[in-house]
Design a protein around this ligand. Structure first.
Ligand SMILES: [Zn+2]
Length: 92
């Protein structure tokens, strides 16, 4: 992974301010983009059961469903918890 992104993830992990409304997928994806870690890789990839019926592995903080293009996001400070992964919207 890019070193700069890794540092950003680490600095965000220790920052409570990185938690927006954790039920709002758009707020999460906005936050991930704002801190510039969307292309960063999760320490633990998670299986996502998309509402379209597809199951895929989320490997980055921002990942789209390969079937319906639903964008999912998770913040670095909550990335260990699959229930913190939220949908932001299709092609968001
Ligand atoms: Zn889908």
């Amino acid at each position: 992974m890019d070193k700069t992104i890794q540092e950003k993830i680490q600095s965000c992990s220790g920052n409570d301010g990185c938690a927006p409304d954790l039920n709002d997928g758009k707020a999460i994806v906005d936050k991930v983009r704002q801190v510039g870690v969307g292309n960063g890789y999760l320490e633990t990839p998670h299986q996502v059961d998309c509402s379209c019926g597809e199951t895929f592995t989320m490997v980055q903080f921002e990942t789209s469903c390969p079937s319906c293009d639903m964008t999912y996001g998770v913040t670095p400070c909550s990335s260990h918890d699959p229930s913190s992964i939220k949908a932001a919207g299709i092609k968001y």
